[in-house]
Design a protein around this ligand. Structure first.
Ligand SMILES: Cc1ncc(COP(=O)(O)O)c(C=O)c1O
Length: 389
């Protein structure tokens, strides 16, 4: 069995807290393996940076320092061999807010925005909230793994007159990690049809097995100049409540366009100084902790895979290339989404993210979050086993 780790084995009781992941189940004795945050403390480098900021007693307007820019630039250079520049960067309070800005900057009401299905549900509210048209391409699934069909992608772009492609890499919820060749193909097709690529890479900081994450903007000059990369250390370092996302926009005209919309919302002058302090510390000093976390999560993933194979073989785990959510195929039970949810939530007392919220392609599936102590994960799996036996 996989190695233990004192830091990540610690059980932190979040049940009676305002945590969205756990607090919603306060009255029931539910184990929450849903909402994508982690049941681990953030690394001490982040906590110390926040304490220092809090103790300063000065919470006034601040510009971003050279240390901030250098930390972000070094992270991408060291971890992804992508040489980005300070004047490519922008930021706002969260990934969805950043996608919202992109839709307003680069598309018009009624324009088609392509996403892959199954899809993470808030993305629909963001696109429809901006009065753009949601166009979906179902990822291919052979019962074991998901894949991406470039020819079908191009057909969709043409037939639906798509203007912007929202790539999620690694994909939420299937965990599909796009290869360099697939990204090159996307760049060619999107270049040919004048489609801008907005690439959400928030789940790219943790990868498993031999999987290698390639930033979309690093693939070629075409992909670089025709893209906006959205990223954040929030998932990997558990900073979701600090609400911060970074945009990387190599093309100056595109950067200027976004800035026009962004400045109207005052997202620069009024950037949260705690978010910047945490982000700087995570990128500058967090790599060692992240490697350790990655090892623990790899072991959790292997543990879960083995558990299902041995104890509940009807449930098929689709192994993610990255992130800490995994897509589970419960279709062998032939239950309706309501009956499946009832068995998992009411009988097993386990909270997952319900498959039907990911569109019709999610029926019969559920999403599990394995970023928790192994003991918690084990207890959740035992409960599932009893409920389905
Ligand atoms: C792929 C992906 N994009 C965006 C978000 C939302 O990020 P934020 O809370 O910064 O808006 C999430 C959160 O789970 C996510 O998984």
């Amino acid at each position: 069995m996989a190695e233990r780790d004192d830091i990540f084995d610690e059980i932190i009781d979040r049940a009676n807290s305002p945590s969205i992941k756990w607090g919603r189940y306060q009255k029931e004795k539910v184990i929450s393996l849903g909402t994508a945050d982690m049941d681990f403390h953030s690394p001490s480098c982040v906590r110390n940076a926040l304490i220092k900021k809090a103790e300063s007693g000065i919470y006034a307007y601040e510009y971003k320092t050279d240390d901030y820019y250098q930390s972000v630039i070094n992270w991408f250079s060291e971890h992804h061999q992508w040489k980005i520049k300070a004047d490519w960067l922008t930021n706002c309070p969260g990934m969805w807010a950043m996608l919202s800005l992109c839709l307003r900057a680069y598309t018009r009401p009624g324009d088609g925005v392509l996403i892959h299905a199954p899809h993470f549900h808030p993305v629909i509210s963001v696109i429809e909230g901006a009065e753009r048209k949601v166009v979906t391409q179902a990822l291919s699934f052979d019962g074991v793994r998901y894949s991406f069909d470039l020819a079908a992608f191009e057909e969709k772009i043409v037939s639906e007159d798509v203007k912007l492609f929202f790539l999620v890499n690694p994909h939420n919820p299937t965990g599909l990690l796009f290869s360099r060749a697939e990204l090159s193909g996307i760049a060619e097709v999107c270049g040919r049809h004048g489609v801008l690529v907005v690439s959400d890479e928030i789940n790219s900081y943790l990868t498993y097995g031999h999987a290698v994450f390639v930033p979309y903007g690093s693939v070629s000059s075409e992909s670089s100049l025709n893209s906006v990369t959205l990223t954040s250390p929030s998932k990997a370092f558990n900073l979701q409540g600090l609400t911060y996302a970074i945009g990387i926009i190599p093309d100056r005209a595109k950067w200027d366009k976004l800035e026009k919309i962004r400045s109207g919302l005052d997202f620069d002058f009024a950037t949260n100084i705690f978010s910047v302090a945490a982000t700087t510390a995570a990128y500058r000093d967090g790599a060692e902790w992240l490697t350790r976390l990655n090892g623990y999560l790899q072991a959790n993933l292997d543990f879960m895979d083995n558990y299902f194979r041995t104890n509940l073989p009807q449930v098929k785990l689709i192994r993610p290339g990255g992130g800490y959510i995994a897509w589970l195929d419960f279709r062998a039970f032939q239950l309706t989404p309501d009956a499946l949810r009832h068995t998992i939530l009411d009988k097993a007392q386990v909270g997952l993210t319900w498959g039907e919220t990911f569109g019709k392609e999610g029926d019969g599936f559920e999403r599990i979050n394995f970023a928790c102590p192994r003991e918690t994960l084990h207890e959740g799996l035992e409960r599932l086993k009893s409920a389905f036996s």
